[in-house]
Design a protein around this ligand. Structure first.
Ligand SMILES: C[S@@+](CC[C@H](N)C(=O)[O-])C[C@H]1O[C@@H](n2cnc3c(N)ncnc32)[C@H](O)[C@@H]1O
Length: 268
């Protein structure tokens, strides 16, 4: 059964301290997800949520922040991840550690939770690291009937349209792990535990700058950058900078699109 390759574990352990700084957060998606979760609430029981591949837990924290303002009861939430250093960022920052989110370490393909424990299972920017079939089987097992699985990811096609896909040499070609919509649909069909499945393409535009983009690449904001040798990476980064300068008149105010896909699947 697949798990994280050791090179990826080392990568996420190394980038953990800077991860929040080098990645952007899709705030509109946070509100969208919070809305879907709020509709799952029933009676006076708090929602039970798990974020698989949660990293530092930044998405789950933001979702809880929105829910806290809209619901009487705070959810009981777990941030679950294979890399202890990613989860450790929370423990190391007192302002984060005080928020109601429990960190648990482990693999997406073997969830250490009893059957039907959660109202919703979320995963942001992580499903392409998982063995899809094994993960879906586990997701279905730990969800209650009518519970939701929310997968936020980008497809290979969407990856090609990002600023990295367009201007960073070979970025889209070397990133072969992302799942297409058809592959996700096929895996969900095989799993057969999910009834209704919606695929919602989401457009996320954001304002950035060339200096921010260079900082992000140097901070290895995407594990795709690991697929370059050091010299190759430096050469590709120079080409990226040249291309961006040639394309955008004002490099301190660049509007980029960052399309993603939200898959909403309901447990039978
Ligand atoms: C790109 S990061 C995304 C983190 C977080 N969801 C976010 O958007 O900030 C991917 C995360 O998936 C975790 N991961 C990779 N493979 C995993 C697996 N098989 N099981 C559990 N977590 C895994 C990594 O440790 C990493 O924290």
């Amino acid at each position: 059964m697949a798990s994280q390759p050791p090179s990826m574990i080392r990568h996420f352990a190394r980038v953990a301290p800077q991860y929040r700084r080098v990645r952007e957060l899709d705030v509109r998606m946070v509100y969208r997800v919070a809305e879907i979760l709020r509709d799952l609430a029933q009676g006076d029981r708090p929602l039970a949520l798990v974020d698989v591949g949660a990293g530092t837990g930044r998405y789950m924290e933001a979702v809880i922040g929105v829910l806290a303002a809209r619901m009487a009861l705070l959810p009981l939430a777990v941030a679950y991840d294979a890399t202890p250093q990613m989860l450790g960022v929370r423990a190391a920052a007192p302002s984060l550690a005080s928020r109601p989110l429990t960190g648990v370490t482990g693999l997406a393909e073997h969830l250490p939770f009893t059957a039907q424990s959660f109202d919703a299972l979320l995963t942001f920017n992580a499903v392409h690291h998982f063995d899809l079939g094994a993960f879906l089987t586990e997701a279905a097992r730990v969800l209650r009937p009518s519970g939701k699985m929310l997968l936020y990811t980008r497809t290979p096609e969407q990856n090609r349209t990002t600023i990295w896909g367009r201007f960073f040499p070979q970025f889209a070609e070397r990133e072969t792990r992302l799942y297409s919509e058809a592959t996700l649909q096929d895996a969900l069909d095989r799993c057969s535990a999910f009834g209704m499945v919606e695929f919602v393409p989401t457009l996320w535009t954001l304002r950035t700058s060339l200096s921010r983009l260079l900082e992000q690449a140097r901070g290895i904001s995407y594990s795709t950058f690991l697929f370059y040798r050091r010299r190759e990476f430096e050469a590709a980064l120079r080409t990226f900078e040249k291309r961006v300068r040639a394309h955008f008149r004002n490099t301190s105010a660049i509007i980029v699109r960052n399309d993603h896909l939200l898959v909403v699947a309901t447990r039978r």
